[in-house]
Write a protein that binds this ligand. Structure first.
Ligand SMILES: *Cc1c(COP(=O)(O)O)cnc(C)c1O
Length: 450
């Protein structure tokens, strides 16, 4: 059941469908999965992977798919990217684990130094490493609470922050993330997000009205001196790549600074070159007190971070923050490879170019259909929100049909959105223009056949 395919950029960069989707070997593995794994652990693609790299994913039946998902914004520098594999392999052979709290090691410090230098703001910073995005968000809240001595956490509509008890509570969407998994963590409050496309009185009023409601929640209902932090994704990921109305995040940041509330930017999905900047906060000139990263950071190995003001992070006592695997040395080495790939190949510029190409393709499609509500996002993080013709009513069925069409024809896409009516594009930055253009030929056919 193994194939001798090697991943990385050496993999043939072609779309190729040679069996039905899923093919016989994937079907066989799906049967074994059904017998061995809980029913809820099913997957969108339906095929099992054999190798990946550049802009393609090859399955166990030899089908080669164009990758527009990057394992949800994780393999941003490409799957099995050369510097990631090289650095991680070297580290694997040297030592795999010590637990940083027992015996520290240099790669951890190097990742922290890089993140301290790259994140917005020239204040003194510290970085603590973890393994998953949810863990980073939880620990950002722990740092905010101990530094402020306050309990309340304010989050937004359409937010996604993870699946642990605290972060599931902070996540907005009931299905599938919260349903039946309560009771939830206390002291989490939700404000409206400045979502221009769905703002009731229109996009022109969105930033000001959303800010006014946010202010009322904190000043009138919670009491500003009870609020430890506001946690926000600078572009909401699972919520459907919602770019907050221009100016909203800056107003939130100023408000927080005035009241001693810490601003946490959850850049788990948007960070590490994805949006055409190292961090999406930069697009709005935001300097968050704490920033969480994960996904793209480890190049596919589990690594996450909280980076923030030294005076905040130094407040947590010894032993209070950490984890057995937190900041694993192999994952740290992989992250150093990620930084190398981004700098050596100007992947930040590449993310911007990819965003322009995708937006151009989507505008071409939108001109020929009446179900495109909005095209939005930044850099290589672009989405299209679909609606019933002549309305703003979410068109979830169209998104499901398009995703199926894409998968059957060799293009891996992801869906998103509170209403399930968003198709999102997160290609690896190692993908070629040729593959991207070919993927959009398939997507255009999908729209035409709806
Ligand atoms: C994916 C994601 C998380 C959770 O990360 P995990 O590694 O799945 O725990 C948190 N916040 C945002 C914005 C995310 O996109």
């Amino acid at each position: 059941m193994t194939t001798s395919l090697v991943g990385g950029p050496a993999l043939a960069q072609t779309r190729r469908i040679v069996t039905e989707i899923p093919g016989p070997r994937s079907v066989e593995l799906a049967q074994r999965r059904a017998a061995a794994l809980p029913a809820g652990l099913n997957s969108a693609a339906g095929v099992f992977i054999a190798a990946a790299g550049g802009g393609v994913v090859v399955d166990v039946d030899g089908n080669s798919f164009i990758d527009l998902g990057s394992g949800i914004a994780v393999t941003t520098v490409g799957n099995s990217a050369p510097s990631v594999v090289g650095r991680a392999a070297e580290q694997l052979a040297r030592y795999t684990h010590t637990c940083y709290l027992n015996i520290p090691y240099e790669p951890y410090i190097e990742v922290a130094e890089r993140l301290n230098a790259l994140t917005p703001g020239d204040h003194e910073k510290r970085t603590a490493l973890f393994s998953t995005g949810a863990e980073a968000v939880e620990n950002a809240v722990k740092y905010a609470r101990i530094a402020t001595g306050r309990d309340a956490v304010v989050v937004f509509d359409h937010a996604f922050h993870g699946r642990s008890l605290l972060t599931m509570t902070m996540t907005a969407k009931n299905q599938p993330y919260k349903h039946g998994f309560g009771p939830f963590a206390p002291e989490v409050y939700r404000a409206p997000m400045a979502y221009p496309f769905r703002w009731p009185s229109g996009p022109q009023n969105c930033a000001a009205e959303a800010f006014s409601q946010f202010q009322t929640l904190i000043d009138a209902q919670l009491g500003a001196d009870q609020v430890a932090c506001v946690v926000v994704e600078p572009i909401q990921g699972e919520g459907g790549f919602i770019v907050p109305a221009e100016g909203f995040l800056r107003s939130v940041a100023d408000f927080c600074r005035d009241r001693g509330i810490l601003l946490v930017a959850d850049e788990v999905q948007t960070g590490i070159a994805r949006t055409g900047a190292w961090f999406a906060s930069e697009h709005e000139g935001l300097v968050p007190d704490l920033i969480t990263t994960a996904k793209g950071l480890g190049g596919g190995l589990p690594l996450a971070a909280v980076t923030g003001r030294a005076d905040i992070m130094d407040r947590a006592h010894s032993g209070g923050i950490g984890g057995t695997y937190a900041g694993n040395p192999v994952a740290c080495a992989a992250a150093l490879g990620v930084f190398d790939e981004i700098e050596r190949n100007d992947l930040i510029g590449r993310a911007r170019d990819i965003g322009e190409l995708i937006t151009r393709e989507l505008r071409g499609i939108a001109a020929r259909t009446d179900i495109v509500g909005e095209i939005r996002g930044r850099g290589a993080m672009i989405a299209v929100e679909l609606v019933k013709p002549g309305s703003r009513e979410p068109h979830k069925d169209a998104v499901a049909a398009l995703a199926r069409h894409c998968h059957d024809n060799g293009v891996l896409v992801l869906t998103a959105g509170t209403f399930g009516n968003v198709l999102r594009f997160l290609p690896p930055l190692s993908i070629s223009d040729e593959l991207l253009t070919e993927a959009f030929d398939v997507i255009r056919d999908g729209f035409a056949s709806l």
